[in-house]
Design a protein around this ligand. Structure first.
Ligand code: GSH
Length: 220
């Protein structure tokens, strides 16, 4: 049996799903290593994201990361962009920066919006709603309002286009979907109402009808 082309370090989490989804979309062989992201496993569990061996692969000590031909990549969006450049030569999931610089820029804009906006804000909302040792209404409301605002931005974009960068499903959709999936699953606990974003709901349905997405969210 030939060895897998890519090793993926991941967990069942919004920063893991986009990578397994994209690897499934690309149809390349990969091995998924399940990592513990629990602080209580630090120093006890070998596959913990703060283990010395893993910090050599991802100095930020978080999932996701990949290794391909001995080359390590960390940060979800950097991984998606790397995989697209290496394995999507026909640009089925994006655009060439040389041939289509404007379309390429649109993908990058929405990728950055998801990576720098939705991910960190929704991550903080989850922390203050579900895990913080004390209930701090100011912090909960601040992140809830910001997440609602960001989802409204998504909704207004998706009212005009089938996908974030236009009419093509790209790595920007794959990245955003990871967090939006969690937003829907945990809507009640977050204090969100998915009915507030009808176009986002239609976009989710389009994305979830894809066999690669259905497979990817089950990894690890
Ligand atoms: N900006 C990073 C965020 C990665 C991240 O926060 N991953 C979380 C899981 S969704 C994690 O590994 N947390 C473990 C920890 O903070 O120790 C990326 O996009 O890859």
């Amino acid at each position: 049996m030939s060895s897998p082309q890519v090793t993926l370090y991941t967990a069942a989490a919004p920063n893991g799903w986009p990578i397994s989804i994209f690897l499934e979309e690309l149809g390349i062989s990969y091995e998924a290593i399940k990592m513990s992201i629990s602080d209580s496993d630090i120093g006890k569990v070998h596959n913990q994201v703060k283990s010395p061996w893993y910090l050599e692969i991802n100095p930020n000590g978080r999932i996701a990361a990949i290794t391909h031909n001995g080359f390590n990549v960390f940060e979800t969006s950097a991984i998606l962009a790397y995989l697209q450049a290496e394995f999507d030569k026909e640009n089925k999931f994006g655009f060439s920066p040389v041939g289509n610089p404007k379309e390429y820029s649109e993908v990058l804009q929405w990728l950055c919006f998801a990576h720098g906006g939705i991910g960190p804000m929704q991550g903080q909302l989850g922390h203050f709603k579900m895990y913080a040792p004390e209930q701090i209404p100011y912090a909960q409301n601040r992140y809830l309002n910001e997440v609602k605002r960001l989802y409204a931005v998504l909704d207004s974009r998706l009212a005009k286009h089938s996908y974030l960068a236009g009419d093509k499903y790209t790595i920007a959709d794959i990245k955003a979907y990871g967090w939006v999936r969690l937003g829907v699953l945990f809507a009640e606990r977050y204090g969100l109402d998915p009915n507030d974003w009808p176009h986002v709901k239609e976009w989710i349905d389009r994305i979830e009808s894809r066999p690669a997405v259905q497979k990817g969210v089950k990894v690890p």
